[in-house]
Design a binder for this molecule. Structure first.
Ligand code: PHE
Length: 484
């Protein structure tokens, strides 16, 4: 384990910090969720709305997290107490709880990614991806995969800030960039790629005035940039004083967006070149773990290579994000309870894995965890953080300006955190709290009637039922083809 004699761990360089933060940001959220949301919610219009939200909400909050982390040199709970007094302690707890909740299910999805990476490298992709997914996504297999992934995460976090987290980011992130860019270029030459681009980006201007779309873009921005739960705050607490935080925030947010955007350019053409577009509408999970692997299986040897690379990239993204989620919990235990890093990583990792087990047993739990944390907790965390930096913290402007001479808009930044962002986030919460409650209600109902689970692990031959074999209601006409 890295000995950090001066007390607190530190990054070895600014680049190490930036790559670690990019590693936190770039993850499962970018590689599929973004492009899926864009396709669902207005295509290019969504992309523009999303960029606006990153600029207007994401960047100012990212800078606020960095400033609180660097000024306090503490993990979330202690940071808020130190800079704002005991009354702010609950905000720190909210961060830790969000970290728990997100990593609990993130580890399960990442476990599936581990399995698909294995498939790509070792056994080849199953021809019937739907049935395959049904077998591994819920139950003992899923728990086994989750445990493997969480063990890797714990191992890296236990190895320390410099020796574990930074090193993983510095080696792994370039791999991810290269794979995503390479595949995106390759698929541009596939026949039918244009149909994929069209599906992804064709603008629908109705989306501009739709609160649902706005809230979806906002919660995606929080999730994708790792904001609202103290991950970037914690990373910034390992900084030296000299970093140019405003510039680094822009680099991190810009990279995160670029990866998400290019990932869409990679994924959609693959699916549409193989005529699998119809499956896309069903669920985010279905598209990533069913349609894409189906496409890879159909593409033969090339598909095997592309698919293996794709899941390696997805795995890298998931791992470097999970590390940052666990680090919030770990650093809070080190600073608050005086635990050693090893102990904190082990206890935190085991506890989070256990909390995640329900999501590995039933996908409805996954919906519940995801909706509460993504739609509500992160946005609420962002709201409280902007109020904190806007109103309570002493001289955040000076802290933000340290290492960044000549940045003139910091006064404006603070005003923005004070007045504008809280209003925007309240508006979003006004929509997303009831929406999240509805999600949870729906999922609980599904839990009670488990027959409707997305892909139940039953007779593999029967899954998924091809559309033209679905029995039609009486009088609806003969099934196509077989009639002849
Ligand atoms: N940003 C990560 C992703 O896009 C998820 C994440 C959220 C990580 C919050 C840390 C904190 O997958």
């Amino acid at each position: 384990m890295a000995a950090e004699p001066s007390g607190r761990a530190q990054w070895s360089s600014s680049l190490g910090f930036v790559l670690a933060a990019v590693g936190s940001a770039v993850g499962l959220g970018n590689m599929w969720r973004f492009s899926y949301l864009a396709a669902e919610h207005g295509g290019a219009v969504f992309v523009v709305l999303y960029i606006m939200l990153i600029l207007l909400v994401g960047l100012p909050i990212m800078l606020a997290e960095f400033v609180v982390g660097r000024a306090s040199k503490q993990s979330p709970v202690q940071a808020f107490i130190r800079l704002g007094g005991k009354a702010w302690r609950p905000v720190g707890y909210l961060c830790v709880i969000s970290g728990f909740l997100i990593l609990a299910y993130y580890g399960v999805i990442a476990g599936w990614v581990v399995r698909y990476t294995w498939d790509g490298l070792v056994t080849g992709f199953a021809g019937d991806a739907g049935a395959h997914f049904g077998r591994i996504a819920e139950g003992l297999d899923a728990i086994f995969l989750q445990v493997i992934f969480m063990a890797m995460t714990v191992g890296i976090v236990a190895a320390g800030v410099r020796g574990g987290i930074e090193r993983a980011a510095v080696y792994l992130m370039p791999v991810l960039f290269a794979i995503v860019a390479g595949i995106a270029i390759y698929v541009a030459f596939l026949e039918g790629a244009a149909a994929g681009y069209r599906e992804y980006l064709v603008p629908d201007f109705g989306a501009l005035f739709n609160l649902e779309v706005f809230a979806a873009a906002a919660s995606q921005a929080f999730f994708s940039l790792s904001l609202g739960m103290g991950a970037l705050l914690t990373y910034a607490s390992y900084l030296s004083r000299s970093d140019h935080l405003p510039r680094e925030s822009m680099v991190i947010a810009g990279t995160d967006f670029a990866v998400a955007f290019v990932a869409g350019l990679m994924v959609f053409p693959i699916i549409f070149a193989l005529g699998l577009g119809a499956v896309v509408g069903e669920s985010t999970v279905g598209a990533l773990f069913i349609s894409l692997p189906t496409a890879f299986a159909e593409m033969g040897a090339t598909g095997r290579v592309i698919g293996a690379l794709f899941f390696i990239a997805l795995f890298v993204g998931a791992l470097t994000s999970a590390i940052s989620l666990l680090e919030v919990v770990v650093s809070a235990s080190i600073d608050g309870l005086g635990w050693s890093r090893l102990r904190a990583a082990l206890v935190g990792g085991v506890a989070i894995t256990i909390i995640g087990i329900p999501t590995a047993l039933d996908l409805n739990w996954l919906t519940i965890y995801d909706s509460i944390s993504g739609k509500v907790f992160l946005v609420l965390g962002g709201l409280l953080l902007s109020l904190f930096v806007g109103w309570r913290m002493k001289d955040p402007i000076a802290e933000a300006g340290r290492g960044a001479p000549g940045v003139r808009w910091l006064g404006f930044w603070r005003m923005w955190l004070r007045y504008v962002i809280p209003l925007i986030l309240l508006l979003i919460l006004y929509y997303s709290v009831p929406a999240s409650i509805a999600d949870v209600r729906g999922a609980i109902q599904q839990l009670r009637q488990p027959t409707e689970v997305v892909a139940p692990p039953v007779d593999p031959e029967a899954l998924p039922v091809p559309l033209d074999e679905v029995p039609l209601p009486e009088g609806a006409g003969p099934p196509p083809d077989e009639a002849e």
